[in-house]
Design a protein around this ligand. Structure first.
Ligand code: BG6
Ligand code: MG
Length: 214
């Protein structure tokens, strides 16, 4: 019997080549606020939701803003981001992303999305992979964002899988913590010295094969 009933995917940096686009949009906003973000700051923002990311950036710059000002700034960043992804097509998928989804489905496992991004549903349609995904966990519908386990638990619930029989795939430190605290098996996409809590790490999505985990 296979070890898993479902695979729960993060989107940005796992299926979509958009992690660097989020960071570019934050850097642009940061410059406008006089806050310079070093490249290493990207790791701290990965997987962190929009308002949480803005809070980290403002704290980094020692800058205070009211709740209303923060809403305007977060909207501005989202405008930069959505403009940058507006022309994305299936050619912009990360290498191997479509093949991985197809292999997981062919193995008889459910596929769910556990992305912090409110932009996920339209992006999935643009990338042509929406029909390969059984359920999308809505980040607005859970209590706490990553690194809390809520979003991965919601994704598992939507496809009727128990956490112990779910494999979560993530490129972020925050996301790997969510998966582990949800009681699931975590595969990191990236660097094992960064994604230290992952059970397994593969360098890129292209090197992930579900057959290695069944
Ligand atoms: C995550 C990204 O997938 O989504 C973060 O890793 C981003 O960088 C978060 O902040 C929220 O995205 P959005 O599209 O709702 O602003
Ligand atoms: Mg990610």
């Amino acid at each position: 019997m296979p070890r898993f009933d479902a695979v729960l995917f993060d989107l940005d940096g796992v299926l979509a080549d958009t992690a660097h686009i989020h960071f570019a949009a934050w850097r642009r906003l940061g410059e406008e606020l006089g806050i310079h973000l070093e490249p290493a700051f990207e790791e701290k923002l990965k997987g962190v939701d929009r308002m949480g990311s803005l809070d980290l950036i403002l704290a980094q710059g020692g800058v205070q803003r009211t709740a209303e000002e923060k809403r305007v700034l977060a909207d501005r960043k989202n405008g930069y981001y959505t403009a940058a992804i507006a022309e994305q097509t299936p050619d912009d998928l990360l290498p191997g992303a479509r093949r991985v989804l197809e292999e997981v489905r062919a193995a008889g496992l459910k596929v769910a999305l556990a992305s912090a991004s409110r932009n996920a549903p339209p992006l999935l349609r643009q990338l042509g992979i929406a029909p390969l995904i059984d359920a999308i966990a809505d980040p607005a519908a859970v209590k706490a964002p990553k690194p809390a386990p809520d979003l991965f638990l919601e994704a598992a619930r939507l496809v009727g899988a128990v956490p112990e029989r779910c494999l979560g795939i993530e490129d972020s430190v925050a996301g790997i913590i969510s998966i582990k605290d949800a009681g699931m098996v975590a595969v990191g996409i990236g660097d094992p010295t960064v994604l230290t809590r992952a059970d397994y790490v593969v360098p890129t999505t292209e090197q992930f094969h579900i057959g290695d985990f069944l």
